[in-house]
Write a protein that binds this ligand. Structure first.
Ligand code: MN
Length: 497
């Protein structure tokens, strides 16, 4: 996943009117907060304490150092006392990385018995943070504001979530997508402005002729293929379903060759996401199925039928969840078919083949079956069902004059019965607030049939990423009503013009 060892800087604001004694306390308090926050084990990245900022010069220097430090993924600011915000203007103007304003204070409770004016002067975040917030708002700078006592686990969790968003913001401009063949003919929603995507998100999106990648597959030594097939056979259930073992194994070996060949190509050319198209496979013998599923599991982004937007989003979301304890998984996904039985409504999610095994629950099997589309050999694929629980599905669409990110909270469930004849990996979910309103909203917002799906990210995190990129985000969740959504889309069409 190319971990860069990111860290976040903690900057405390004050001024020199309070005297040395007070400033010593300010520094001591912020140092304790940083130490304790680092000890919680909740923050996925280390916080680095910085000396108290009291004037324009020190503030400007800190933000420029943060810009230049490759390991710094963002700055967290907190005004322990009053810090006149004109001192922050130049530093903020020059700062280019994610910003979190932690609106907290050192003490949790008002010390009723002892509080006096000295205490008030030393502990006035409620006052100082408003001055700071004002200037950030006036300057129109995108930032996250988190409110509450720093020892509160909910506050720590929100900082942790934002840290992952911040890494997504930082890493977005390092995503390179390789397009193996063009977008599927006649399909609208998978198209888009690649130049604008690079301007907005920093994504580099390049095309290669299929056969150039197919050469890498052909060049894989048979010994390496055999070793990987052995790994598959030891790791997954082999579901022959009447096929002859030798022939089955030969089909699986084709995918092993594709996995190794593709990964060699991706590493050599420095791409972290890939698209394929079943209608343009050149000399590849099968549509990459099992191979793509394994690459996604390793952290590569993927989009089918040339869908580079979803491929980049899957990669982005895999970066944002990288190293997460008890992660449940992130995948490329597609809305396939509905269950419309009252009380049991939901959408069966799958793709022709390419669903990431990180979202699986229970055993994973290998099947070899006809694709029923295209003109190639029956491809081998991993089959499984997926975890239950809350998750999000995100779709980035190009509306012609701008990008819109649609984020739907969904509730993943088990299907009522097994589906023995369906030879693909699946998930099943009910969108929030319910299927009827969720799907109507999705369609009104112009959401695609392809999504980037994750159990491990929140809608808030994706919306914050979109805000940092300067694009529109549309949430579909428990609070969505059609009337408010239609108004929101109407107003956004003006705001984002
Ligand atoms: Mn598709």
């Amino acid at each position: 996943m190319n971990e860069k060892g990111y860290r976040f800087w903690f900057a405390t604001g004050s001024q020199d009117l309070y005297g040395e004694e007070c400033l010593a306390k300010v520094a001591e308090h912020s140092r304790i907060m940083v130490e304790e926050l680092n000890k919680t084990g909740i923050l996925p990245f280390e916080l680095v304490w910085k000396p108290t900022l009291i004037d324009n010069a020190s503030i400007r220097r800190l933000f420029n150092e943060a810009n230049a430090d490759e390991e710094c993924a963002g700055v967290i600011t907190w005004m322990h006392t009053f810090s006149p915000a004109k001192s922050w203007i130049l530093g903020l103007q020059e700062y280019r990385k994610p910003l979190l304003h932690l609106h907290t204070q050192f003490n949790q409770e008002i010390p009723y018995d002892t509080i006096d004016m000295d205490f008030m002067n030393e502990n006035q975040s409620a006052h100082g943070d408003r001055e700071f917030g004002h200037i950030v708002s006036r300057m129109g700078i995108e930032r996250k504001v988190v409110v509450g006592h720093w020892s509160d686990e909910r506050v720590q969790k929100r900082i942790a979530d934002w840290m992952r968003t911040a890494v997504g913001i930082m890493e977005s401009s390092h995503i390179r997508v390789v397009r193996i063949a063009d977008n599927m003919r006649n399909v609208a929603v998978t198209e888009g402005d690649k130049v604008e995507a690079q301007i907005k998100f920093g994504w580099e999106i390049d095309a290669y002729p299929v056969n150039e990648i197919a050469e890498y597959v052909k060049a894989v030594p048979s010994g390496e293929i055999e070793t990987l097939v052995e790994e598959y056979y030891s790791k997954y259930d082999i579901l022959l379903e009447g096929r002859e073992e030798k022939e089955f194994r030969r089909h699986v070996a084709v995918q092993a060759g594709i996995e190794i060949g593709f990964e060699t190509f991706l590493k050599e050319k420095n791409y972290q996401a890939v698209v394929t198209h079943f209608g343009d496979l050149g000399s590849l013998k099968q549509l990459p199925g099992l191979a793509i599923q394994r690459l996604m599991e390793k952290g590569y982004g993927f989009g089918a039928e040339g869908d580079w937007k979803t491929a980049a989003m899957v990669r982005l979301m895999k970066i944002m969840t990288s190293g997460m304890k008890d992660a449940k998984g992130t995948s490329f996904m597609e809305d396939y078919t509905y269950n419309l039985v009252p009380g049991k409504e939901g959408i069966l999610q799958a793709h022709m083949l390419e669903v990431c095994p990180t979202i699986s629950e229970g055993p994973i099997g290998i099947k070899v079956c006809p694709l029923s589309m295209g003109d190639r050999e029956d491809p081998a694929r991993l089959v499984f069902t997926s975890k239950t629980g809350p998750a999000i599905a995100a779709s980035l669409v190009d509306l012609g004059n701008r990008f819109r990110l649609i984020i739907n909270e969904v509730d993943c469930k088990k299907v009522e019965k097994p589906m023995p004849k369906l030879p693909v990996a699946t998930a099943f979910w009910t969108p929030k607030p319910n299927l009827a309103v969720g799907a109507e909203s999705w369609i009104l917002a112009g959401g695609a049939h392809h999504t980037a799906f994750s159990y491990d990210l929140t809608a808030e995190q994706m919306g914050d990423w979109a805000a940092a990129m300067g694009i529109e985000a549309v949430y579909i969740d428990q609070d969505t009503t059609i009337r408010s959504l239609k108004n929101e889309l109407r107003w956004n069409s003006i705001a984002f013009r």
